[in-house]
Design a protein around this ligand. Structure first.
Ligand SMILES: Cc1cc2nc3c(=O)[nH]c(=O)nc-3n(C[C@H](O)[C@H](O)[C@H](O)COP(=O)(O)OP(=O)(O)OC[C@H]3O[C@@H](n4cnc5c(N)ncnc54)[C@H](O)[C@@H]3O)c2cc1C
Length: 164
């Protein structure tokens, strides 16, 4: 019998969560290693300081998220996200002045990063072969152990030690 395959993702922000979702189709087991404690509701956390700034989800991102998590967009809208026609409802000022507004199909989804990430985590938790390893969030931070994996994805963002 073939050994079970395992993928490890370092960093559980949006890139890590979506990498985990993609890998869940190809590996028996996917482990997401995040050093923060996740809040149990849509709320800020230390490793995502930019979440307090407004974020919008562009069209291609919406499509990919909907493929990964069918029904997610409707859930976000029901929880307060706003659909925005980017060329009709957002004012753009460039070097020649204000850009004329017109209707378009380019609908952005505006919501907080905390709401988006919380929903993506909630959906990922429902996949039987995805697990969150919170040992890196241990308060003493001194614990060391080895984790073996067939594929490792570094999604730890600007804090990455990969170059070293
Ligand atoms: C002001 C601002 C506004 C923005 N607005 C938008 C927007 O409107 N739309 C948009 O699409 N993007 C926007 N962005 C960009 C977006 O926030 C980032 O591109 C995105 O968060 C990057 O995701 P990431 O998963 O690669 O990295 P990060 O979000 O940086 O996540 C890295 C994760 O790795 C964890 N980590 C780090 N080191 C370790 C370790 N050693 N072990 C375990 N875990 C670790 C961290 O805790 C964190 O959770 C904005 C950014 C800023 C700064």
């Amino acid at each position: 019998m073939q050994d079970k395959t395992r993928a490890l993702v370092i960093g559980g922000s949006l890139a890590g969560l979506l990498a985990g979702r993609a890998l869940a189709n190809h590996f028996d087991r996917v482990t997401i290693l995040e050093r923060d404690f996740y809040p149990n509701q849509p709320a800020p956390r230390q490793g995502l300081p930019q979440s307090r700034f407004p974020h919008t989800l562009m069209l291609r991102g919406q499509q990919i998220l909907e493929q990964f998590f069918p029904g997610l967009q409707a859930e976000l809208l029901a929880q307060g996200a706003i659909a925005v026609d980017s060329s009709q409802e957002i004012a753009f000022l460039n070097s020649v002045g204000w850009v004329a507004r017109s209707r378009s199909d380019l609908t952005l989804l505006a919501c907080s990063r905390d709401l988006l990430d919380w929903n993506v985590r909630r959906r990922l938790r429902s996949l039987p072969n995805v697990e969150f390893d919170r040992s890196a969030a241990h308060p003493n931070g001194e614990m060391t152990r080895e984790i073996h994996a067939d594929l490792i994805v570094d999604a730890s963002g600007k804090a990455s030690h990969a170059p070293q």
